[in-house]
Design a protein around this ligand. Structure first.
Ligand SMILES: [Zn+2]
Length: 134
């Protein structure tokens, strides 16, 4: 993990980054559940680990944006926190799942709340972000 990674995980789990999203983002471990992938993708936005954000997108969804665009957007935001509101399926024995979350961030003077129900699916055994359902 980079030395600059915060001690407490940005995803709001209250766990150390090294025991939460860190190993997924920086050590190539695979997220066991859709929720853990969701959390780690949020943390990757905070830490500007854009390679991870990119690689955890479904291959079919990647043609809608570019890695550069994600990086530019993520670095224009000051991330304020993630709250997981609900999960459906997405467990260790599931192949699909949804996670509803609220992510708050500041851009310039404005504070935004991004509310999304995300769809996740396993590709080649590993969880990937497909799209939002709402
Ligand atoms: Zn985390």
């Amino acid at each position: 993990m980079p030395l600059t990674a915060p001690t407490i995980c940005p995803c709001g789990s209250g766990k150390p980054t090294s025991q939460c999203c860190g190993p997924l983002i920086f050590e190539g471990r695979h997220a066991p559940t859709a929720e853990s992938l969701m959390r780690s993708r949020y943390t990757a936005h905070v830490l500007l680990a854009i390679d991870y954000v990119w690689s955890t997108w479904s291959s079919a969804s990647r043609n809608r944006t570019t890695k550069e665009a994600i990086g530019e957007w993520a670095s224009s935001c000051h991330w304020l926190g993630l709250e997981i509101l609900s999960c459906e399926a997405g467990g260790i024995n599931d192949n699909t799942g949804t996670v509803t979350f609220s992510a708050r961030y500041q851009q310039g003077q404005q504070t935004h709340q991004h509310l999304e129900k995300s769809l996740f699916r396993r590709e080649g055994g590993h969880w990937r972000y497909i799209d939002h359902c709402n």
